[in-house]
Design a protein around this ligand. Structure first.
Ligand SMILES: [Zn+2]
Length: 319
């Protein structure tokens, strides 16, 4: 693999993908807070449709620079903290009964063909397959895809825009925190629409740009993840984007996400010079212990009031 250098990266400006006339407002200027790589980035909001986007952004060949081999979302999916006995049982119970599971969003019949876009190391494919779904994945990272394949899953490595998918074939397509990473979400949504069976279900989760955390922490919000997040959705702007592609029965729900608030606070404190307190918070999240659940009441309240940092949308392709 070619090693990219910052001064060789190419950045591109993008007009609103919903085809609006040019009328943007700069709303946030920020940096890569995940790996602290070079660059300063701007988020603009389209005054016509309300969709926010990172512009200028690294082009499709350059963006790999911001996904280093130790890219956090991949490592956290592969390296689980070890805990034993009673602690392991409590953690599992909390995850299943308090934090909620991604499989809860799947249709109840538990049968049929399911495609996960951005399947990473295959954690969700395992869970869905255990429920009886016939699962397949698409993944951009070869390393992550290798993990998923090692567990017996069929995974295509490639860009979602160009990957070959069979027409009218999937009962369910899911994408957890994927849409905001895509250079051309509109083209990908059309591609998925084509691959879904009539009456098929599409389930997506994205960071909520209208969340309390984003309003409180601004450029330090963990869900911002500049510059790998190219689009920054709210319920109205995502609904518009999906309906424009022909999807119907748009249903939104909000996840009680505890980690987001703690990590945002950690990033904020680090930037204000409180390095030690910042590390304490980060370690609390990374050790995935029980202390972090002290923040659960706030996260639950945010979810009820549609202010949590992660939203899930379920839509259908018409009959
Ligand atoms: Zn627009």
């Amino acid at each position: 693999m070619t090693i990219l250098k910052f001064d060789k990266l190419k950045f591109e400006k993008l007009s609103c993908p919903n085809g609006c006339s040019n009328s943007d407002r700069k709303i946030i200027i920020g940096k890569d807070t995940l790996h602290e790589l070079e660059g300063t980035f701007t988020i603009v909001r389209c005054n016509n449709c309300g969709l926010s986007r990172t512009s200028p952004r690294p082009d499709q060949k350059s963006v790999g620079y911001y996904y280093p081999d130790n890219y956090r979302p991949y490592s956290s999916a592969t390296i689980m903290p070890s805990s034993k006995g009673i602690w392991k049982s409590i953690r599992t119970w909390v995850r299943n009964n308090v934090s909620g599971k991604t499989t809860d969003y799947l249709p109840a019949n538990s049968s049929g063909r399911l495609l996960e876009i951005g399947c990473s190391t295959g954690k969700f494919l395992n869970a869905a397959s255990n429920l009886g779904w016939q699962v397949e994945g698409v993944e951009f990272s070869k390393i992550a895809a290798r993990h998923a394949r090692a567990q017996g899953h069929q995974v295509i490595v490639g860009q979602l825009e160009t990957v070959e998918l069979p027409a009218n074939s999937y009962d369910v397509v899911v994408g957890w925190m994927v849409l905001e990473h895509l250079h051309n979400p509109s083209a990908v949504l059309s591609h998925l629409y084509m691959a879904m069976k009539p009456n098929g279900v599409l389930i997506l989760s994205v960071p909520n740009f209208n969340s309390w955390s984003r309003r409180i922490f601004g450029q330090f919000w963990y869900g911002l993840q500049l510059p790998t997040h190219l689009f920054h959705f709210t319920e109205p702007s995502l609904r518009k984007t999906l309906e424009k592609k022909g999807f119907i029965n748009c249903k939104f729900s909000y996840q009680a996400n505890i980690k987001d608030f703690v990590l945002s606070l950690s990033i904020f404190l680090k930037n204000k010079g409180y390095i030690r307190f910042s590390s304490v918070l980060r370690n609390m999240v990374e050790s995935a212990g029980l202390k972090i659940h002290l923040f659960y009441p706030v996260a639950a309240l945010a979810a009820v009031l549609k202010g949590s940092s992660r939203m899930v949308v379920v839509v259908r392709k018409p009959h």
